[in-house]
Design a protein around this ligand. Structure first.
Ligand SMILES: *Cc1c(COP(=O)(O)O)cnc(C)c1O
Length: 396
């Protein structure tokens, strides 16, 4: 091509392009709102409803498709979609499958913002929200109107491991769609698409990639995975019409972290178990919650499904009722290595305090009374973390 006379034009239409044969360790990064069509024929031949047709940035680039495929593969699924946060992935599922008059069942220990979104849909569109106890299948009572069952393994904050087998069986018998928040297991602790000898499978998973896949505590992202092509197309349409898109840079960062995700998960899981053994010996706690522990609610269901002995890096402790909120606050403020903050899966250990009475609707006799603190174990030396807690307990 003739050299452009105008310096400004040349800056924009630079002649150098990466040759096709160059290969790098990480896949090349595509950033796109506009995707350039080769010709009008190409423009008119495309089908925006084809999930793998490149036509505009919101629909995806090779960078986002590569990551979505990898997440699907890790979780045992076939199709993946990406969203700008775990919560937005949850919201896509709720929006895709729930309409006026429909009923949805959620576990009592559901990830809180999911319930908030469902309550929003309830106010706006008149859906019905029912709550069940995840370790007592009899409390899940689907009706003709039930469209969706939310599952979480283990459940948020209190870490009960649900009776996944029986819940899924019961839902399937009634034709109810099953959606699992797979953030805790991350596709590593168990396979949500084949989790028992009977080849049981949930219909779809959502995953806060913000946690283990990112691993840095610095990126927000979510995914939806399924093995069912029809479901995928329905989700894809909701995803596309809502204009859900993620940044190519963020996708490339998560893609880069996937290579060591399993190593980090295992290390954090092992660190959590080291802390668990020590925490159980301390007199200040009424209950220590971690699915790998025999005394933790739903342990038998964890054992049934998580054959690899992997169990994430989250441990919750319930303080004996003699410690009031100001004592618990002094404890949290005295911690030095554990930082006060939401989320998990990053290198830094985190702590958060909760009042269960404010969070639960059902009476949970398997939980002790008292204020709860959740510890998210990072990648520090577990002995240093123990020392940090030992010191902070003096401030109770
Ligand atoms: C963090 C989290 C989410 C939401 O993910 P964000 O990316 O923070 O929106 C959903 N479910 C569970 C279980 C989580 O821990």
């Amino acid at each position: 091509m003739k050299k452009h006379n105008n310096f400004q034009t040349q800056l924009i239409h630079a002649p150098r392009k990466a040759p096709q044969f160059i290969e790098t360790v990480q896949p090349p990064l595509f950033r796109a709102s506009t995707i350039i069509f080769k010709s009008t024929a190409h423009l008119f031949d495309r089908h925006w409803t084809d999930p793998y047709d490149y036509s505009y940035g919101t629909h995806g680039t090779p960078t986002t498709f590569t990551l979505a495929d990898n997440i699907a593969q890790i979780e045992g699924g076939l199709y993946g979609l990406l969203a700008p946060s775990g919560l937005s992935a949850i919201n896509i599922v709720n929006s895709a499958f729930l309409g006026t008059g429909d009923e949805v069942w959620v576990p009592d220990n559901i990830y809180g913002p999911n319930l908030e979104h469902l309550n929003y849909l309830k106010a706006q569109y008149g859906i019905r929200v029912k709550v069940y106890n995840s370790i007592d299948v009899s409390t899940f009572q689907p009706t003709e109107q039930t469209k969706l069952l939310w599952l979480e393994a283990a459940g948020s904050v209190t870490m009960e491991f649900p009776n996944l087998k029986e819940l899924v069986k019961k839902a399937k018998a009634q034709g109810v769609l099953t959606a699992l928040d797979n953030t805790w297991g991350a596709g590593l602790a168990f396979n949500a698409f084949d989790f028992s000898d009977e080849h049981l499978s949930v219909d779809l998973t959502v995953h806060a990639l913000t946690k283990y896949p990112s691993g840095g505590g610095d990126i927000l992202m979510g995914s939806i995975v399924t093995r069912d092509e029809k479901l995928y197309h329905r989700l894809f349409r909701t995803h596309a019409t809502l204009g859900i898109a993620i940044s190519g840079d963020d996708a490339a960062q998560v893609q880069r972290s996937l290579a060591h995700m399993s190593l980090r998960y295992e290390q954090q899981s092992n660190n959590a178990k080291t802390l668990l053994e020590w925490l159980k010996q301390q007199p200040q706690f009424a209950q220590v919650l971690h699915p790998s522990d025999k005394a933790s609610p739903g342990h038998q269901y964890w054992q049934e499904i998580c054959t690899t002995d992997k169990s994430a890096g989250l441990v919750s402790v319930i303080f004996k009722p003699d410690y009031d909120i100001s004592a618990i606050r002094r404890f949290c403020d005295a911690l030095k290595l554990f930082k006060l903050g939401f989320s998990w899966g990053g290198p830094v250990s985190l702590v958060m305090l909760y009042d269960l009475k404010m969070m639960r609707k059902l009476e949970n006799t398997h939980l002790q009374q008292g204020l709860l603190v959740r510890l998210c174990i990072g990648l520090e030396d577990p002995q240093d973390l123990i020392q940090d807690i030992e010191n902070a307990l003096k401030y109770l």
